[in-house]
Design a protein around this ligand. Structure first.
Ligand code: F6P
Length: 319
């Protein structure tokens, strides 16, 4: 192993830069050359690359986004695209590739692995929906970003005795929504993993009012329904008037928290070590506080469950 590549793909997540920095410096420390591939699989197909040095990854540990930029590539999903990418990796004289992203990125990595190319994935997504690892890079920062916003909404909700609905990201997963709901003291959370029960939500709001609560917060993951649609449903079902806020892509940006920065640094180094040890088709993971390297395929073969304890705690504490 002489030369390895690094790319980021899919939705960006705070901490990706810290992972790029850690992987680059760990690889250089171990005597390897590092090439950054821009714009994920799309950039790989085009040969859009940049050498990474200890200096060129300086000053990025605290920066959100990804200096390598990212894309969602349709071309790479086709078998011809994957053959072309493999060709490109060989032309670039790379003997290993580190891919930072979520499930879609890992499926792409798996295709290269199946063709015999050494790959290691690093889970980076604000959704935290990658099975095999307890936590993904970016999740903690997104929770904190959303929490800061929801706390501000709580201030004005309480001044005006209002009901607020906050829509957070999460097309297919409710990790972000449930964590934000618990941390913000919301009355109710709607997540894609659990069928939504508007009647139950209205009962909860009614009981809260009867017990003297003058304002309420509902957190909804975008994958369930839009905050606007939920407001209409509440109006139709029980006559409730709600103010609506959509947090959107704010949740994907910003400086990574200390937790995400440390996690990204550990995962970046772990990915290089895995390649050096001859591992491939694996991801870096944290399992009960220990680093691990389970197969990439766990990401789509298993579904990471939402913590039932966390949801029932939220329910109990929101009376
Ligand atoms: O996967 C991360 C994520 O932010 C999801 O929570 C969200 O549904 C999606 O990406 C949005 O994707 P895009 O930035 O392409 O609109």
């Amino acid at each position: 192993l002489k030369r390895i590549g690094i790319l980021t793909s899919g939705g960006d997540a705070p901490g990706m830069n810290a992972a790029i920095r850690a992987a680059t410096r760990c690889a250089i420390y171990k005597g390897l050359e590092v090439i950054g591939i821009r714009r994920g699989f799309e950039g790989l197909l085009e040969g859009d690359v940049v050498p990474l040095t200890s200096r060129s990854v300086g000053g990025i540990i605290h920066r959100g986004g990804t200096i390598l930029r990212t894309a969602r590539s349709e071309r790479f999903k086709k078998p011809e695209g994957q053959v072309e990418a493999l060709d490109r990796l060989k032309k670039l004289d790379l003997q290993g590739l580190i891919l930072i992203g979520g499930e879609g990125t890992f499926k792409g990595a798996w295709a290269l692995y199946k063709k015999g190319f050494p790959v290691v994935g690093i889970p980076g997504t604000i959704d935290n929906d990658v099975a095999g690892t307890d936590v993904t890079i970016g999740f903690d920062t997104a929770v904190n970003t959303a929490l800061e916003a929801v706390r501000k909404l709580r201030d004005t909700a309480s001044s005006h005795d209002r009901l607020f609905i906050v829509e957070v990201m999460g097309r297919n997963s409710g990790f972000l929504a449930s964590m934000v709901a618990l941390a913000s003291g919301a009355e109710y959370v709607l997540v894609p993993e659990i069928p939504s029960d508007i009647e139950k939500l209205c009962d909860k709001l009614y009981n809260a009012r009867r017990q003297g609560k003058t304002h309420s917060l509902i957190v909804v993951a975008e994958g369930v329904m839009s905050a606007q649609d939920l407001a209409l449903r509440l109006k139709d079902t029980a006559g409730y008037e709600a103010r609506v806020t959509v947090l959107g892509h704010i949740q994907r940006g910003g400086s990574p928290t200390a937790f995400d920065t440390v996690l990204a640094s550990r995962m970046g180094a772990c990915a290089v070590e895995a390649l050096v040890e001859g591992k491939s088709g694996v991801m870096t993971a944290v399992q009960k506080d220990e680093m691990a390297t389970p197969p990439l395929s766990v990401a789509w073969e298993e579904k990471k469950p939402l913590s039932a304890d966390l949801l029932s705690l939220m329910d109990m504490l929101s009376i």
